[in-house]
Ligand binder design. Structure first.
Ligand code: GLP
Length: 245
């Protein structure tokens, strides 16, 4: 049940190791289902996957993907929507069938509908083989913010002030950051057959430590990963600075 923690020297190495794990999953089952993440941490690994695909080393043509989350109220064309991010960093640059790529529908104002449809799609697809995760400074995964319980399914969340501030660097102004999002639940994430989390930089050192060695609590959503049988966490040495190796 232990998490496999890999501490590497730098972002380049982190990106390579993570891309290799995802590529192995695709090689083992070319029709696998990947759960994907946004944020700055996975940008490097997506670039490595694009390189591998363009070099003919892997193909995404039969791969299905489900992204973790999406801001509520942003159209897919908005340059800060997670759909736009995924198209830009991965989908438009590899041979994937766009119809098989899924992101919660942030443009659907009916939260119950948007979330139920997404959860059903994942279930009907037979679940997720490998779920990629980033890590928020407060331990959030997807947009599952610290709270009193672990939400099971895809649901509507109110973003915390800390997350709004952290993500405001990508928007023109903090007022432009959406206050709500749709996200896979902790149950949805934990149902994935394997999980790969990446985190970088000294600002993540404390939370990586707490996830690895702290109590399992919904106040640190990623702490529940300790209960998953197949989790790999890759961090650079700054993010891994408080962990023994
Ligand atoms: C956002 C995303 C998360 C991501 C987190 C960390 O809030 N919803 O899925 O993991 O930010 O992002 P970064 O990798 O940029 O630190």
């Amino acid at each position: 049940m232990a998490i496999d923690l890999i501490i590497v020297d730098n972002y380049e190495e982190l990106s390579q190791r993570a891309a290799d794990i995802i590529a192995s999953c695709v090689e083992a089952d070319p029709a696998c289902t990947l759960g994907l993440a946004t944020g700055t941490s996975p940008i490097g690994l997506y670039a490595k996957l694009v390189e591998k695909c363009q070099a003919g080393e892997i193909s995404f043509k039969d791969v299905t993907t489900f992204n973790l989350d999406e801001y509520r109220g942003l159209n897919p064309e908005h340059n800060q929507s997670y759909r736009y991010f995924m198209n830009h960093h991965l989908f438009d640059k590899v041979d994937i069938n766009k119809e098989a790529t899924h992101v919660p529908d942030g443009a659907d104002p009916d939260a119950e509908h948007a979330c139920a449809i997404y959860e059903q799609l994942i279930e009907r697809n037979g679940g997720i083989d490998l779920q990629l995760l980033g890590l928020g400074h407060n331990g959030h995964i997807g947009f599952n913010e610290p709270q009193d319980d672990f939400p099971a399914k895809t649901h509507l969340v109110q973003l915390t002030q800390r997350t709004i501030e952290a993500n405001s660097r990508l928007f023109d102004s903090i007022d432009d950051v959406p206050r709500e999002a749709y996200t896979m639940g902790i149950g949805t994430i934990m149902a994935a057959r394997s999980i790969l989390l990446v985190a970088t930089g000294s600002s993540k050192a404390q939370i990586v430590h707490d996830v690895m060695y702290g109590l399992v609590t919904p106040q640190v959503p990623a702490s529940i990963l300790k209960f998953h049988p197949n989790v790999t966490i890759i961090v650079d040495k700054e993010a891994g600075a408080l962990c023994q190796q």
